[in-house]
Design a protein around this ligand. Structure first.
Ligand SMILES: *[C@@H]1O[C@H](CO)[C@@H](O)[C@H](O)[C@H]1NC(C)=O
Ligand SMILES: *[C@@H]1O[C@H](CO)[C@@H](O)[C@H](O)[C@H]1NC(C)=O
Ligand SMILES: *[C@@H]1O[C@H](CO)[C@@H](O)[C@H](O)[C@H]1NC(C)=O
Ligand SMILES: *[C@@H]1O[C@H](CO)[C@@H](O)[C@H](O)[C@H]1NC(C)=O
Ligand SMILES: *[C@@H]1O[C@H](CO)[C@@H](O)[C@H](O)[C@H]1NC(C)=O
Ligand SMILES: *[C@@H]1O[C@H](CO)[C@@H](O)[C@H](O)[C@H]1NC(C)=O
Ligand SMILES: *[C@@H]1O[C@H](CO)[C@@H](O)[C@H](O)[C@H]1NC(C)=O
Ligand SMILES: *[C@@H]1O[C@H](CO)[C@@H](O)[C@H](O)[C@H]1NC(C)=O
Ligand SMILES: *[C@@H]1O[C@H](CO)[C@@H](O)[C@H](O)[C@H]1NC(C)=O
Ligand SMILES: *[C@@H]1O[C@H](CO)[C@@H](O)[C@H](O)[C@H]1NC(C)=O
Length: 489
């Protein structure tokens, strides 16, 4: 017997004499505590996590329940709680079994270990809180493995698996893991695997559950504003209108995908006269994700045209914004009215010009220098001829008055024409024929004053009894003495 074993025996003897054998041993190494939550009525098969091989002689390990008093656990298989080597079995576990359990193990090398276990017992209704690690997956077909302790139990006792989705049995599933094919949101649930095993010709159940979250493959992209596309939008004052703020966030990217309207830096939701509706749409089958905020302006007011409407969007990675202003729509009615006014004025002006052309010409004549028209180097605007022979005295007076006073007073004084009037402007003693010829050449027009009962035969004058003088004038053309009759009265 070597020294260490002797010492160990001494320690053991001392412990025994204390009457609390196996519960404390300073030379032993304490391993971390394992914790389990189990369901009342089920069976629980436990092998310490740190134990390499549970197949060891029963006498090399002692199991006991630690508490206010220490209770040794038997190896008698007829007992509800017993052990086989490194394995501790609870058959038909009850709430009273909750507590702390420990095992003291002496290795062939003489090393001593303590294993510790904490057990909590719950009723079946608490199953949703007793799940092992959740499965979060975006794959089309998802594998749900049975929790390891249940798998170990089934392996140790050659049990059979059954699977439950929530409270419903999934028929035909007896493997240690379950495949959920073509997973959708509807497949999200708590999945329970139950291992049914026999021990001493009795059936026992051990179960473990996992929660499944079916994730969608999401592709997040920078939040892109799809609408509005321009910085201005036409609006009619007094009418209601809708503004559309739409953001594209990516594929299956509903996370943080938002669109909102802000007016002059304030959320539109908080402002009277505006309502905002937001929707999140995932297009099928592309799964492109859009968030849309529709701002409804109940009545567009004059102030709205001064306001800044901001479409603020955010996605998973980035935020963005676009500013929109309203612009008064140009009404077509003023356009038509002004067009019609212009047309009426033009017609009116045309009529005026047509009927008062001469008066207008005379009116504007003083403003145009007569010299301007003098480009043809002629001295006179008109050469005035009138009949002096074979008229009675009365007519002669009238004619002379007309020719020497009335005619110059209007044409020369008011209108600025230069006239050559026979009998007024000819210098006595000059060669009359020569004078007439040169003067006519120097004049642009020839003005003939006719008295009643006279005049050229071509002018059939129906009012021959008229006493007033009738005037004709001919334009004297430069080219070859051709004369054009241009006006009467
Ligand atoms: C028994 O439990 C008590 C208190 O829970 C603890 O202090 C003690 O170390 C435990 N003994 C063993 C051997 O685990
Ligand atoms: C518990 O078991 C140990 C060793 O197997 C033994 O020495 C001790 O007396 C037992 N204690 C009780 C209370 O049965
Ligand atoms: C399990 O234990 C309860 C009492 O704790 C008992 O009523 C029940 O019949 C037991 N079930 C089995 C299968 O032994
Ligand atoms: C069990 O303990 C005995 C002596 O106490 C030792 O000889 C034997 O090797 C141990 N066996 C194992 C598997 O630990
Ligand atoms: C599960 O746990 C939560 C919080 O711990 C509790 O509110 C709920 O009642 C529990 N559910 C059940 C069925 O025990
Ligand atoms: C497991 O299933 C097999 C075949 O289906 C059956 O023979 C066996 O008895 C079952 N074992 C248990 C513990 O239910
Ligand atoms: C084991 O679980 C199955 C399914 O819930 C149930 O039908 C059966 O009665 C249970 N057996 C025991 C011994 O608890
Ligand atoms: C997304 O935005 C970040 C920062 O705003 C920029 O660095 C990056 O280039 C953008 N990516 C694309 C694809 O536009
Ligand atoms: C908003 O704009 C988007 C992108 O132009 C369009 O797909 C959507 O139908 C619009 N929504 C409404 C309510 O006008
Ligand atoms: C906006 O949403 C409310 C309720 O949320 C609804 O009553 C109203 O009809 C919606 N308006 C529009 C324009 O969609």
């Amino acid at each position: 017997m070597d020294v260490s074993r002797l010492l160990l025996s001494v320690v053991m003897v001392m412990s025994t004499s204390d009457g609390i054998s196996g519960t404390s041993d300073s030379s032993c190494f304490h391993l971390d505590q394992d914790r389990y939550k189990v369901i009342e009525g089920e069976a629980f098969y436990y092998v310490p996590f740190d134990m390499d091989d549970p197949n060891l002689p029963d006498e090399n390990i002692t199991w006991f329940k630690n508490g206010s008093e220490v209770m040794n656990i038997t190896t008698d298989e007829t007992h509800r709680i017993h052990y086989h080597g490194g394995a501790l079995l609870f058959l038909n576990i009850s709430t009273d079994d909750a507590g702390y359990y420990s095992a003291r193990h002496i290795e062939p090398s003489g090393e001593c270990f303590y294993y510790h276990l904490k057990i909590e017992v719950f009723s079946e209704t608490s199953r949703e809180n007793l799940t092992y690690g959740a499965i979060r997956n975006s794959a089309q077909n998802i594998n749900i493995p049975c929790p390891q302790p249940v798998k170990d139990t089934c392996k140790a006792f050659n049990g059979n698996f059954t699977w439950f989705k929530g409270k419903n049995l999934i028929p035909g599933q007896h493997r240690e893991s379950l495949w959920v094919n073509d997973a959708t949101k509807d497949d999200e649930d708590i999945y329970t695997c139950i291992c049914t095993w026999t021990h001493n010709h009795k059936l026992y159940n051990s179960s473990g559950s996992r929660r499944l979250f079916v994730l969608k493959t999401a592709i997040f992209r920078n939040a892109t504003i799809v609408s509005p596309t321009s910085k201005e939008q036409l609006a009619d004052e007094g009418s209601s209108m809708k503004l559309n703020c739409t953001v594209h966030c990516g594929i299956n990217a509903e996370r943080d995908c938002e669109a909102t309207w802000w007016i002059n830096g304030k959320p539109a939701k908080q402002m009277d006269g505006y309502t905002e509706n937001s929707t999140l749409d995932i297009e099928d089958p592309s799964k492109r994700t859009f968030s849309t905020a529709i701002l409804t302006i109940q009545r567009v007011s004059a102030e709205d045209f001064q306001k800044k409407f901001q479409c603020k969007v955010s996605g998973f990675y980035t935020a963005n914004s676009a500013t929109l202003t309203l612009k008064q729509r140009e009404s077509i009615i003023p356009l038509i009215v002004s067009g019609m006014c212009v047309f009426v004025i033009a017609v009116f002006a045309a009529l005026l010009v047509k009927y008062f052309a001469i008066d207008l010409a005379l009116l504007f004549r003083p403003y145009f220098s007569p010299g301007k028209c003098n480009e043809d180097m002629k001295m006179y605007d008109a050469y005035v001829v009138y009949q002096t022979q074979s008229v009675d005295k009365e007519t002669e007076d009238k004619l002379s008055n007309f020719v020497t006073k009335t005619l110059p007073s209007v044409l020369e004084e008011k209108c600025g024409y230069r006239l050559f009037i026979q009998g007024r402007d000819d210098i006595p003693g000059e060669d009359r024929v020569e004078l007439v010829e040169s003067c006519i050449k120097q004049s642009r027009r020839l003005m003939v004053i006719l008295t009643p009962g006279s005049g050229p035969e071509m002018m059939e004058n129906p009012t021959s009894d008229q006493t007033s003088a009738i005037g004709f004038d001919w334009q004297v053309k430069e080219s070859g003495g051709q004369r054009a009759w241009s006006g009467i009265n």
